[in-house]
Design a protein around this ligand. Structure first.
Ligand SMILES: [Zn+2]
Length: 511
């Protein structure tokens, strides 16, 4: 993902690159009020008592066969749910009115119980549920905020496959994530609809096990009134004319994290091409945008082939980008279909915008194919995608260009340490802080300098080869880096990921 603070930085870097201006005009955003420097105030915690409490709180006894209401994420323990593993989602959504987003939908989930289940949870917000079945039998359900608890008529045995069908209707509720300062999920605006769900917006339009740990494959079927069109993840298999409406049927055959699901509705100009290496590309631009809106996307084929050489083969069937005719201050690397608010495109600075395009495209390997095991590992997404920007600079300008990029970023991070926090432990309210991007990218460059180019790119390829289609943690990456390089690297990663102080980079005389 890219969002406004990064955009500012990016513009700044682009300026540095052509050595026109220094970054003096860039002011770091104010810190949230709750951000205070660490202090050495003695702990006020009560000493731990070994005695039994005299008054136990009144609580219903926990049902030992209930699936948990979260997947234990260290930042967002309530995201996702335990007790089952989803295999496939089929979303069948009929949008009756694009202006209000009134819709009727059926979501079918094929899953496998990982424990005996008397009940289990899905993440789902808003709508009226008109029917809910488990294995074709009506199931009871309870709702509490974003938690939908399903009580099947018969217990589900451990390891048994089961099918959940949820029918619902209404208008999606706007979703405000605790991780981001703008609305996420299914967004209606004047002229169309887009979906940007990182990290927890998917529950705004379908019932879901909403954590990257539970990936699945998807069928996405969306019916819209004419003359609207639909662009979603995966391969468009079929378009059906129903008279006054059109049905679009997409297949996502590679495992996908739920937050990367996207459905976009508008009148589009579509552009198709293929990389030299044979990767198909389809781009969608809202039809009201200027004709040259496609310019920053012209080199995506080159990027796909180049990153494929560096990281390992492109992991999906297709790629493409979509630009909406509304400003939402972000771009997001939805699997096979990155989406951009129109304010992320600067036609007066094609090279600067290409950098964002390279960022989202690098995420297809790092973020999408390999997803975080825990949201606190977000630098594995954003640091890598930011380093993708650096590699694209290196592609065009060689090592000298790369060194200039690194120097510019280092000086930026060094000047505003209160904004570019150590990337290894982001706060829940500040997941996408500047540090996970820029200092995360610098961490990879520090690794490259420590192990040499050959071992560095071998590490990236080995990492993708081992974890593609799955999840990885920071520890997993460090282990691969040590395995491939034969070096002990904990000191390097500790300093770059966790130290308050930005480590020096003596090879470039940066300190
Ligand atoms: Zn990103």
């Amino acid at each position: 993902m890219k969002h406004p603070t990064q955009k500012q930085t990016l513009l700044c870097i682009a300026l540095l690159l052509v050595a026109v201006l220094a970054c003096q005009s860039l002011a770091p955003p104010a810190l949230p009020a709750s951000e205070v420097p660490p202090t050495s105030v003695p702990s006020t915690e009560e000493p731990v008592s070994t005695e039994e409490p005299t008054e136990a709180p009144m609580e219903e006894p926990a049902d030992p066969l209930a699936g948990s209401d979260g997947l234990g994420d260290s930042l967002y323990p309530e995201f996702g749910n335990g007790g089952y593993d989803t295999k496939t989602y089929t979303l069948d959504i009929t949008v009756k009115d694009v202006g209000t987003s009134e819709l009727e939908a059926v979501t079918t989930i094929e899953a496998v119980a990982t424990q005996e289940l008397s009940r289990f949870n899905l993440d789902f917000a808003g709508f009226d549920i008109t029917s809910l079945t488990v294995n074709e039998e009506a199931a009871e359900f309870e709702r509490d905020g974003q938690e939908l608890t399903v009580i099947p008529s018969q217990r589900l045995a451990k390891d048994s496959p089961f099918t959940v069908v949820v029918e619902y209707e209404g208008i999606p509720d706007p979703m405000q994530s605790e991780a981001l300062p703008f609305p996420t999920g299914w967004i209606v605006y004047d002229g169309g609809i887009f979906v940007l769900s990182e990290p927890d917006g998917s529950a705004s339009f379908y019932p879901v096990n909403d954590h990257p740990l539970d990936k699945a494959i998807y069928t996405i079927i969306v019916t819209v009134p004419k003359p609207y069109e639909v662009a979603a993840n995966g391969v468009l298999e079929e378009t059906k004319d129903n008279g006054d409406s059109t049905t679009y049927h997409f297949e996502v055959r590679d495992l996908m994290a739920s937050y990367l699901t996207t459905i976009n509705i508008n009148d589009f100009d579509e552009e198709t091409m293929e990389s030299d290496g044979g990767i198909p590309i389809r781009n969608y631009y809202a039809a009201s945008l200027p004709d040259d809106i496609n310019k920053p996307f012209a080199r995506q084929g080159e990027m796909l082939d180049y990153f494929g050489e560096l990281f390992g083969p492109y992991p999906f069937e297709i790629y493409g980008s979509l630009v909406m005719d509304t400003e939402f201050g972000a771009a997001l690397e939805n699997q096979t279909m990155s989406i951009y608010g129109v304010d992320m495109i600067n036609l007066d600075d094609i090279e600067g915008t290409e950098s964002v395009v390279a960022h989202e495209l690098a995420h297809q390997w790092f973020g999408d194919s390999i997803s975080v095991a825990d949201w606190s590992d977000i630098w594995l997404n954003e640091g890598f995608a930011t380093y993708g920007e650096a590699l694209w600079v290196e592609y065009d300008y060689g090592r000298e260009g790369l060194d200039e990029w690194v120097t510019g970023v280092y000086n930026e991070v060094s000047a505003y340490p209160e904004f570019y926090l150590p990337p290894g432990n982001p706060a829940a309210y500040n997941l996408f802080n500047g540090g996970v991007y820029l200092r995360g990218g610098l961490t990879l460059h520090a690794l490259r300098l420590a192990v040499g180019d050959e071992a560095f790119f071998e590490i990236l390829r080995a990492y993708h080869e081992r974890y593609k289609g799955g999840n990885a943690s920071t520890e997993d990456f460090i282990q691969i880096a040590e395995e491939v390089s034969g070096k002990e690297l904990s000191e390097l990663f500790d300093a770059w990921l966790y130290d308050e102080q930005l480590p020096p980079m003596p090879e470039l005389d940066l300190k």
